[in-house]
Design a binder for this molecule. Structure first.
Ligand code: OGA
Ligand code: MN
Length: 286
C-alpha cells in the first residue's frame, strides 16, 4: 500500500498498490486511521464491483443506503438533460456545497463514491474542509457560532434553488429521498467530530433559519459563512477517471459537483454510510 498526501489542502490522500476487495486486517486498520486524519481517501482506478463497493463501505459502518446511481442516465439509456426534469433537478442541487443527509434525523458518516461514466468536461467532485474553516475563524466569531443552531431541510435547499420535484403529495411531501414528513433537523453550527474531538463547521445548502434570527438575516449570515468556509485554499476538486473510488468523511467535509453538459452521460455510484445516533442525531430528535 502506497500513500501520498494531497498538498492542495489539509485533507486528502491518494492510496495505490492496494486491493480493496481483499484487505488484510492490518491494511484496513491503516486505512481507517488515515481516513480519520485525512477525511478523503482516493483510490485511482480501483474498479470496485457492486458487491466490493458495499462491502468496503460496511467496514466504515452500517449503510444508510447501498450502492445507488447518481446519474443523468436513466432507464433504457435515456439521458436526462432538460431543466424541468426531476432527475436533472437532483443533480443540479448537488452543485451547491453540502454535507449529505443533514436534513435526515441522522446525518451521514460518509460515502464510498465511484466513477463509471465521465463527461468530457466538468462533472468534477469538490470537497471543502470544515475543520480548516473553523480553525481559520477569529475568536469572536467562534464564540458567536458556538451558541448557534440551524435547521437542515431538503425542502429548503431544493426549494430555494427551484429544484423541487414536479409533483407533490396531498400531505406536502414528495416521493424522493430526503423529503420526509418529520420536522427539519436542528443541528449546531459547530460539530465536534466524534473520531478526533476536533470542532468543525456544519453548514452547507441544507442549513436555514438559525434559531434567534429572522429568516433573511439567517440566510445572509449562512451564505457569507458558506462562502468563507469553502474558500479555494480549503478545497480539492477531483477530476475523475473511470474506475476511481473515493471515501469521504461527511461529518467534516462538504462536497459538490461542478456543472457539466447534461446531454453527455455521467454515471457515479454512491454508497452512503450511516452516522451514529450518538454523534449524528439531530438535537430535536433526541
Ligand atoms: C452525492 C453528491 C456529487 C457528484 O452523491 O451525494 O453530492 O459529484 N455527488 O456527483
Ligand atoms: Mn451529496
Amino acid at each position: 500500500m502506497h500513500i501520498r498526501d494531497l498538498t492542495y489542502a489539509e485533507f486528502g490522500s491518494v492510496i495505490t498498490e492496494i486491493d480493496l476487495g481483499n484487505l488484510s486486517l492490518e491494511e484496513w486498520e491503516r486505512i481507517y486511521s488515515l481516513w480519520n486524519d485525512r477525511a478523503l481517501l482516493i483510490f485511482p482506478k480501483a474498479f470496485l464491483t457492486k458487491d466490493n463497493q458495499d462491502t468496503f463501505a460496511k467496514r466504515f459502518g452500517a449503510l444508510e443506503f447501498p450502492r445507488t446511481a447518481i446519474s443523468n442516465v436513466g432507464k433504457g439509456g435515456k439521458i436526462h438533460h432538460e431543466s424541468g426534469d426531476d432527475v436533472v433537478k437532483v443533480i443540479r442541487g448537488n452543485e451547491g456545497w453540502h454535507h449529505d443527509s443533514t436534513y435526515m434525523p441522522v446525518q451521514a458518516k460518509g460515502a464510498v463514491f465511484t466513477a463509471e461514466i465521465i463527461p468530457a468536461e466538468g462533472g468534477l467532485t469538490g470537497w471543502a474542509d470544515m475543520r480548516a474553516a473553523y480553525d481559520a475563524l477569529d475568536n469572536d466569531l467562534r464564540d458567536t457560532l458556538s451558541e448557534l443552531s440551524a435547521y437542515h431541510s431538503y425542502y429548503y435547499s431544493q426549494g430555494r434553488d427551484g429544484y423541487l420535484p414536479s409533483s407533490q403529495n396531498d400531505d406536502g411531501t414528495y416521493n424522493a429521498y430526503g423529503f420526509h414528513d418529520g420536522e427539519a433537523s436542528l443541528r449546531p453550527l459547530v460539530k465536534v467530530h466524534p473520531g478526533t474531538n476536533r470542532p468543525n463547521l456544519l453548514i452547507g445548502r441544507h442549513a436555514h433559519d438559525i434559531i434567534g434570527m429572522e429568516a433573511q438575516e439567517s440566510e445572509d449570515f449562512l451564505d457569507e459563512l458558506n462562502d468563507f468556509a469553502c474558500f479555494e485554499s480549503r478545497t480539492y476538486f477531483h477530476d475523475w477517471e473511470e474506475g476511481d473510488a473515493v471515501v469521504w468523511d461527511n461529518r467534516r467535509l462538504m462536497h459538490r459537483v461542478t456543472p457539466y453538459d447534461m446531454t453527455q452521460p455521467r454515471r457515479m455510484w454512491h454508497t452512503r454510510i450511516a452516522g451514529s445516533p450518538d454523534s449524528e442525531l439531530a438535537d430535536n430528535y433526541r
